[in-house]
Ligand binder design. Structure first.
Ligand SMILES: CC(=O)SCCNC(=O)CCNC(=O)[C@H](O)C(C)(C)COP(=O)(O)OP(=O)(O)OC[C@H]1O[C@@H](n2cnc3c(N)ncnc32)[C@H](O)[C@@H]1OP(=O)(O)O
Length: 164
């Protein structure tokens, strides 16, 4: 499903040392998969497997935004220090409303505690708001309550899951 937005979301922002931007295909070589492996199982993908996955997700346009935080001070390596994803779910409810889902948030272990996680999640929430979402939701462990509270989230409901 292609995005119906007339222009891609303007996701990029920088403070001079960190650039937050959308995922690029070249980020496979900048540590993106090993960063995700700090969150959950993330076996390596060959370059062509990565490209196929990237193309599938890029086809979702602004309904699927993966942000990364790039370390500008590490140029020319351009290491990826953090990532987070926003999936925009479209509904018949609320007159064709949209719900943002924040997923796959992780900061490299060596870069935690510097506000990067906060910046990436706040950026995703801002993009969701600008996309017209009426809420943004996520699932996390109880230990992360305080972190997501800092990101502006309040506890609501109960998470249920079926794993395959
Ligand atoms: C929807 C999901 O994806 S849930 C999965 C979340 N990801 C993970 O659990 C992967 C492993 N953990 C990480 O990658 C990181 O520790 C993260 C993403 C949880 C936090 O990233 P960081 O960059 O270290 O957090 P950041 O420095 O932005 O902290 C922001 C605030 O939250 C607080 N905070 C950060 N982590 C935690 C925590 N685990 N528990 C309580 N408070 C926390 C910080 O103290 C800070 O508060 P302050 O502004 O008062 O100083």
């Amino acid at each position: 499903m292609a995005s119906t937005s007339p222009e891609p979301v303007a996701a990029a922002e920088t403070d001079g040392s960190i650039l937050i931007r959308r995922l690029e295909i070249a980020d496979r070589e900048r540590g993106f998969l090993s960063l995700l492996a700090q969150l959950s199982s993330c076996p390596d993908l060959t370059a062509s497997e990565f490209a196929a996955c990237f193309a599938d997700l890029a086809a979702l346009g602004d309904d699927h935004v993966i942000l990364v935080a790039e370390d500008l001070s590490a140029a020319p390596d351009r290491r990826i220090l953090s990532t987070g994803c926003l999936f925009v779910e479209r509904k018949f409810l609320r007159g064709g409303g949209k719900v943002g889902h924040v997923e796959d948030v992780v900061v490299d272990a060596a870069a935690r505690g510097r506000g990067l996680g906060l910046r990436v999640v706040r950026r995703l929430v801002k993009i969701a708001k600008e996309a017209g979402c009426y809420k943004v939701i996520l699932d996390c462990t109880p230990e992360l309550r305080a972190y997501y509270a800092k990101c502006g989230f309040v506890e609501k409901g109960v998470q249920m899951a079926v794993y395959f």
